[in-house]
Unconditional design. Sequence first.
Length: 401
Amino acid sequence: MMEFRRGKTGSLKGSARGRDAVAVLLSEAELAAAEVPSGPLAGFEARLVALSPEATPDAATLGWARAIVIETDGKTPEGWERLTNAIRALSPLPVIAALREPTHGETRQCMHLGAVDVIALPLGLDELQQALGQARQRMSAGAAPSEDSHGRVIAFVKSVGGVGATALATQMGCLLAAREGVAGRETCLLDLDLQFGNAALYLGLSPTLSVADVIAAGARADGALLRSTTTEHPSGLHVVAAPPDIIPLESVSAEQMSDILDLARQEFSNVLVDLPGSWTNWSLSLVARADAVCLITEMSIPSLRQARRQLDMLASQDLGDLPIYVIVNRHERGFLKSIKTDEAEQALNHSIAATISNDFRTLSAAIDQGVPVSDIKMKTRLEKDMSAMIDMLLTHIEQRE
């Protein structure tokens, strides 16, 4: 049963005055700790509503609300079922999930269920204001809260520097853009290696704008601005280049980078993300939202060891259930192979999803000329391997959807 309550300020939060109101659905314990103002918050009037943690909100009773914040138990199956039912019942209202100490895995789960944002409990003023501001932007843009209307995200993670992750991301981006372009679906590559990104260089592009311009725009950034920073490759791939100057990784926040990813997903059907080699809170947040994570390694002991460390680190961050695909790059076949696939899988404690043939001469020529490998030499094993990898990733993503 829902019950309207008075907030800390003493103002009545459950009244149905005005149109732009947000219903904050919390248990008795969280109500007592909630920090909610009496005045407007990101253009909303916040109204506290007492709701048992086991109860599903009644859409009819909340007809006055334009957005919903709901307490969620991310540690139990019952909590996830409640959030799922609430999002369905309250659709198309934007729903913000509020959790105690949300992990990256729990945040990812909330977003996949259709929540537009995740905030921590006890409810804090600054975080609530930021989440509501993003919800209002989505409402103004007419964006649906469900993830189903957004583009697919494929993230590229390096086991160690120099394994060829950027080369794979750019070449696969060209292949995917050409293939999807026939059906009118656009592909974008976000080079978020803020310090050493070379995606534009590998494609022979000379961009005048970069992701730094999107970051600098802050709240003014929208889909049109993001598109204005892209440079289109002849293959049809849209590239948002890394900054021309080195930017400290910690100088940007998870919220900023998450907003950029949201814009890319709204504008493009496919979004490839080339991540930095060092982990940050924001890169972990982006990985948590990916539909597929490609961990690029080589069939060498140092590279496999680092890949195992990456897998262990993700598991320690509650991201072990991510759709992670270990990709062995520069793979040698036959008598040149020094480490067998089953030995590598045993060392990784993870299956190897695909191998990409070593064709250094063709790939180097393609990078030097900024073209797809097929422009250098047609029907190479390298191209076939990358095409098969795209097929596998898209098939698995569609099956999960």
